[in-house]
Design a binder for this molecule. Structure first.
Ligand SMILES: *Cc1c(COP(=O)(O)O)cnc(C)c1O
Length: 295
C-alpha cells in the first residue's frame, strides 16, 4: 500500500562544492542534499522508514515503535513521521537516567506525541532478542516494531531509492554510516563502477565491515570500503576542530553539516583529497544525510 509522503523529495539536488580541499582541476566534489526534504524527517531517515510504515499499514498496526539513544535522529524522524501520518508512536530509549531532565531531542519526540519508554542499558542490549521483543509486543499490542536505526530489510530497500538521485558519472560516493543500513541498500543497487566510501563516526567502526559484507548481494560485494580514521575522539564528540570546520563549510557553501556524522565525513574527504587518494578526474559525490536536529 502506498502512503502519502510527508517529505518533499523534489527538493533534493546536487550542489557543487567549488574549491573544496583546494581540489579544483584535479577532482570534482559535490554534495547530494538529502537534508532538504524535511527539517526533521530528514536525509536518509525517511528513506529507511518508508517501507516499514507501509508494512505497518498492511499489518493494520496503529503504532510505530522503535529504539534509540537519547539523541537519536531516527527516533525523532519516526515521531514526526508517525504524527504526520496518523500513527501513535513509542520509543524504547536507552538509559534510565535519560528520563529526567529530557534533552531537546526527546522533548521534541514527546511533542510529536511519542511515548518514551526508558530502559536500562543492560535491558537495551537485549533489544534484538526474541524474549525482549515478545515482551515489548505484549505491552504494546498495536505496535509495529522497527529495529534501532530502521535497520531492517525495509530500511535497505528504502535506502536503495536514494540511488535515483546519484548522477551516473560520479566515480566515488561518500556516505557516513551508523548501522550501515543506508550503505547496504545503496551498494546493492549502485552500478559497480561507482565506488562507495563509508565513514564510520565511532572508534573502531571498522567492525561494521563484516555485517555489511554479509548483507550485500555477492555480485555487488565490490568497490566499497569503510574508514574509521575520522571519528575525532569518538561518536558524538565535538572538538574545536570540528566546530571550526562546520562554521567554515557553512559560510562557504551555505550548507549546515551535522556534528555527529556529515561534518566528520567531510573532514575525512578533505584529508583523503590532500593525501592524493583520488585519481585525477574523479567526481566525488558526498551524501548529506541530514540529521541536523542533533546540532
Ligand atoms: C542515521 C544517520 C546516519 C547513519 O545511517 P545508517 O543507515 O544507520 O548507517 C548517517 N548520517 C546521518 C546524518 C544520520 O542521522
Amino acid at each position: 500500500m502506498a502512503i502519502i509522503s510527508p517529505v518533499d523529495e523534489q527538493e533534493i539536488r546536487v550542489q557543487e562544492l567549488k574549491g573544496f580541499a583546494d581540489a579544483d582541476g584535479r577532482v570534482e566534489v559535490s554534495m547530494l542534499r538529502l537534508d532538504k526534504i524535511h527539517p526533521i524527517i530528514s536525509g536518509n531517515k525517511w528513506f529507511k522508514l518508508k517501507y516499514s510504515i507501509e508494512a505497518a499499514i498492511t499489518a493494520q498496526k496503529s503504532t510505530l515503535l522503535s529504539f534509540g539513544g537519547a539523541y537519536s535522529n531516527h527516533l525523532i524522524a519516526t515521531a514526526a513521521a508517525a504524527h504526520r501520518l496518523g500513527f501513535s508512536s513509542v520509543a524504547i530509549v536507552r538509559g534510565l537516567q535519560e528520563a529526567s531532565p529530557l534533552n531537546n531531542v526527546l522533548q521534541q519526540c514527546e511533542a510529536y506525541g511519542m511515548h518514551l519508554h526508558f530502559v536500562s542499558r543492560e535491558d537495551y542490549a537485549q533489544k534484538e532478542s526474541t524474549e525482549f521483543l515478545q515482551e515489548i509486543q505484549r505491552q504494546y499490542p498495536d505496535a509495529y516494531i522497527i529495529p534501532e536505526g530502521g535497520a531492517n530489510k525495509e530500511g535497505q530497500k528504502g535506502a536503495a531509492m536514494i540511488a535515483q538521485y546519484i548522477p551516473p558519472d560520479c566515480t566515488h560516493i561518500a556516505l557516513s554510516i551508523g548501522t550501515g543500513t543506508t550503505f547496504i541498500g545503496l551498494r546493492n543497487v549502485l552500478p559497480i563502477h561507482q565506488s562507495l566510501l563509508g565513514f564510520a563516526p565511532m572508534k573502531g567502526g571498522i567492525y561494521l565491515q563484516n555485517s555489511i559484507a554479509s548483507a550485500l548481494l555477492p555480485e555487488q560485494n565490490h568497490q566499497w570500503s569503510i574508514s574509521d580514521r575520522f571519528h575525532f575522539g569518538g561518536f558524538g564528540k565535538k572538538t574545536t576542530e570540528t566546530d571550526a570546520f562546520m562554521a567554515d563549510f557553512e559560510s562557504r557553501y551555505n550548507i549546515i553539516l551535522d556534528r555527529v556524522y556529515t561534518a566528520k565525513m567531510m573532514m575525512g574527504i578533505q584529508t583523503l583529497i590532500h593525501e592524493d587518494t583520488f585519481e585525477k578526474g574523479s567526481k566525488i559525490l558526498c551524501i548529506h544525510t541530514g540529521g541536523l536536529t542533533g546540532n
